[in-house]
Every structure is written in C-alpha cells, then in structure tokens.
Write a protein that binds this ligand. Sequence first.
Ligand SMILES: [Zn+2]
Length: 286
Amino acid sequence: MTRPTHSRRQVLGTLAAMGLGVLTAARADTASQPPSDWPQASPVPGGVARLALGPATNRPQAWAGDAPLLVVGDSAGWTALVGIPLSAALGDAQIEVETGGSRRTMPYRIGPKAYAEQRLTVAPRAVDLSPENLARHERERIHQQAVIARFTEPVPPDLRMLAPVDGRRSSSFGLRRVFNGQARQPHSGMDIAAATGTPVRTPLAARVADTGDYFFNGQTVWLDHGGGLLSMLCHLSRINVRVGDVLAAGQNLGAVGATGRVTGPHLHWSVLLNQTAVDPALFIHA
Ligand SMILES: [Zn+2]
C-alpha cells in the first residue's frame, strides 16, 4: 500500500481550507524578519519583550496578569508585545496565550538594566502634600487608572512613533529619584526640553482618550493608539483637542508648557503598553 503524496497545490489547498492563505505560506519564509516599525525588543524592566506566538488563523489573545496584550503580525506568525514594569523582578516571567480556544502559559526572561539614580535634598514642603492636595491627587490617580485600562481596537497598523516635539531628549526614563533620602516613583517617561508654546505633535495616529489639568502632570492629553498602546503628554500650556477627537500622526494637539508640579517648561511624554509605562525611546527608533 502506498501513502498518498501531496502536490504543492494540494498542500496549499489544505492550508486555504484551514484559513491559512497562499500568501501566508509564501510569507512564512520572512517570519524571522520583524517589521521595522515594531518597537525595539528590550526584555528588561521598563522595556518591551517581543514574544513569538507562532502561526494561527486568527489573532491570538494574550495577557500579562489581567492586562490584555498587544498582539501584532499575521496568520503566518503572531507576536505579543509585552510592556515590562520598571518594578518587575528579574528572571522568569510569563504571559497567558489563548489560540483557537486553548490556553497556554508562555515563559520568558526579564534581564537586568541599570537606571541612573538622582539624590536630591529639597525643602520638606516640596515633598509632602497638604491633605487637600493629597485628596485631589488620589481622585486624579483613580481617574487616570481608568484611562490606563483602556484596550480598544483596531490595533495600530503601524507602531513607529514621531518624537512629539523637537528638542533635547533627556535619557531620563527609569531614573530612580530619592528626595530627602526617600525613594520616589522612578521617572515613567521621557522629558524633552522645549520652550513654552512649542507645538506638540501627535506621535502616532490616535483617538483622544482624556484631557485635564492635574495636580502633578498639569494640562495633560491622553492618546489611545489602540491595542492597549497609549501616550500621555503633560505640562502643556495649551490643549487644542477634545476627548473623542481622532488625530493623525504629526497632527498638532497643544503646546509645551510648565503646568503642574515642574520647575520649568518641558514636555513629559509617557508611553504605556498593557497598562505599563515603557521607555518611549523604543518606539522612535529610525
Ligand atoms: Zn517627566
């Protein structure tokens, strides 16, 4: 008895019946070459891990803890882009992946990254909040958590971002700040030096998710790029957009300022992925 042999045409026909197109079969050869618009892979605290999920007809769902992950690619090979918290422990970590109704755990490793530390001695009043300001900040923190938890579709078709203003970019993401001997939250974004009034661009096509004037962040615009990818632009002197506006990459949204708790005009830009602040520099590579 002879085994049936399959012609290429038959194999492709079978793949098509499985929902995997001929195009998919042809593109599998290039699966090792990730699209150049993806964020740089940097599996460290404050970085982005790119985890290959393999081929599947439909986009798999994936989670880090309870937070849904941005999954990009196509049926020839999907990739989860995982934002890693600055506070993450080094070593073994995992995500959950659901493909075609079956769920699995996918391990990965978080490597070390040394961020700079800044020790400052400041007047006690600059560190300790009044009860009123503490209450205000707590309300704003809860409001902000709801914005951060957004996960909308479609996922962004392109992930490379524009720097929102021209100017000297500090490499301050992840900076560990110690005020009067007390450790504060590490710096969760990129600061770009620019004069008050400098126009601020939309770094990547987005819908405006939130605007407001907040205690620490001052006049702020939150952008929802889709798929749990968000940008936050702070300390603005002027906001030119409203919640719900759909903005193209490069479109003006406001102007640099010094609102909120800052010592001088600059733009603070945070990028969040799966509810986690990651280094914006990973998204503006050439
Ligand atoms: Zn900042």
